[in-house]
Ligand binder design. Structure first.
Ligand code: PLP
Length: 386
């Protein structure tokens, strides 16, 4: 697929070549089980420890605060389940209306179990009102779970202030940082949070590996029970190749984070400005001041996002729309609805998400074809008055 212009990196990323290279020996040469008594298996444990250090170092954590999981979803679910199991007397859970389904589904689950669930609203930029957060916290709040950055719009929440508010009330805080790790500078020595979720496939490691950061001293109950792997906190033989891959991916991210943020944001801004300048009736969804460097969600009035995606696809351009299929019809996503994006804009929302591998030529191609696509689609749109 060499002609692909991949601008859907919030959905998933390619494995970095360095990551693939680092993983390869662990499939066929160093395939021992880290729990085995023999040296062949035992040596694998050292490599896992090294990966744990690489991951911890990217986010300012201690190696023993890193728990390997299978994905971001498992990390999110585990944090919630642990918080409720360790505090059975507390029956209130706080999250936001714009979380990923990995957290919203946990809200539904707790609601059905008889918990009181508060979904904090957002404003038109997708930002929270921190006074509302403060007011929502109760003596029986078991956990506050708030994402670091939104996967659809890239809006970054003020996590430091959020953490200070939640910790001042002595309540557990989980942060879904799946979209932020590798893109934002995160230092957990300064950020007082208890749990944090990471997903490998969002930062150029493979799909099927994740991390749950658990601050030292936080009470914890495992989700998977069985063997004694991960110091009894997650049973199941370690996925060594992918753990090594995630370690390498974090190392690469740490080495290049600041320069990469500037480079990716520069290309994103060229793309964004180019589209806004050439396509009338288009707006940016989300908070442009506090946003991931790689993401832009652009709403084109009076066109269907799916139609735009199909047309872009003809040119090999991969992006995402801001709609979800609900009961057979296309609805604007829960994120755009929570922000109150007008219906005719929300329907025509497209997310472009770049990576370190995105190039200026790719952006030029998108800028060359998109205005005409929108013009053509507006000619046949039943909503069009443009
Ligand atoms: N949380 C956020 C914010 C995400 O964007 C995603 C994936 O898109 C997840 C959680 C789930 O991660 P995974 O696909 O690794 O389960």
């Amino acid at each position: 697929m060499s002609n692909i212009i991949y601008l859907d990196n919030n959905a998933t990323t390619c494995c970095a070549p360095e990551v693939v290279e680092a993983m390869l020996p662990f499939f066929s040469q160093l395939y021992g089980n880290a729990s085995s008594m023999h040296t062949f298996g035992g040596q694998v444990g050292k490599h896992i420890s090294n990966a744990r250090e690489q991951i911890a170092s990217l986010i300012g954590a201690l190696p023993d605060e890193i728990l390997f999981t299978s994905c971001g979803t498992e990390s999110d679910n585990t944090a919630v389940l642990s918080a409720i199991e360790t505090q059975p007397e507390k029956k209130h859970f706080i999250t936001t209306r714009v979380e990923h389904s990995a957290m919203l589904a946990m809200g539904d689950f707790l609601d059905k179990k008889g918990y009181d669930v508060t979904y904090l609203p957002v404003d038109s930029k997708g930002q929270l009102n921190l006074e509302e957060l403060k007011a929502a916290i109760r003596p029986d709040t078991a956990l506050v779970s708030i994402m670091y950055a939104n996967n659809e719009t890239g809006t970054v929440f003020p996590i430091q202030e959020i953490a200070e508010i939640v910790k001042a009330k002595d309540v557990l805080l989980h942060v879904d940082a799946v979209q932020a790790v590798g893109k934002e500078i995160i230092d957990l020595q300064k950020l007082p949070i208890d749990f944090l979720a990471i997903s490998g496939h969002k930062l150029h490691a493979p799909k099927g590996i994740g991390v749950l950061y658990i601050r030292r001293g936080t009470r914890f109950r495992p989700f998977l029970r069985g063997g004694h792997q991960e110091r009894g906190r997650r049973a199941g033989t370690e996925n060594t190749p992918y753990i090594i891959g995630l370690g390498k991916a974090c190392d690469l991210a740490a080495q290049n984070l600041t320069a990469e943020r500037t480079q990716v944001a520069h290309l994103r801004d060229i793309l964004e400005k180019g589209l806004l300048d050439t396509i009338p009736h288009s707006i940016i969804n989300g908070d442009q001041q506090h946003r991931l460097p790689n993401t832009t969600s652009i709403a084109f009035e009076a066109v269907e996002g799916e139609a735009i995606l199909l047309m872009l696809n003809k040119f090999g351009i991969c992006a995402s729309s801001g709609s979800a299929c609900t009961s057979g019809s296309l609805e604007p996503s829960h994120v755009l609805r929570a922000m109150g994006v007008p219906f005719t804009y929300a329907h025509g929302s497209i997310r472009f998400s770049l990576s370190r591998y995105s190039t200026e030529d790719e952006i030029k191609k998108v800028l060359e074809v998109t205005p005409e696509i929108i013009r053509d689609l507006r000619k046949i749109s039943p909503f069009s008055r443009i």
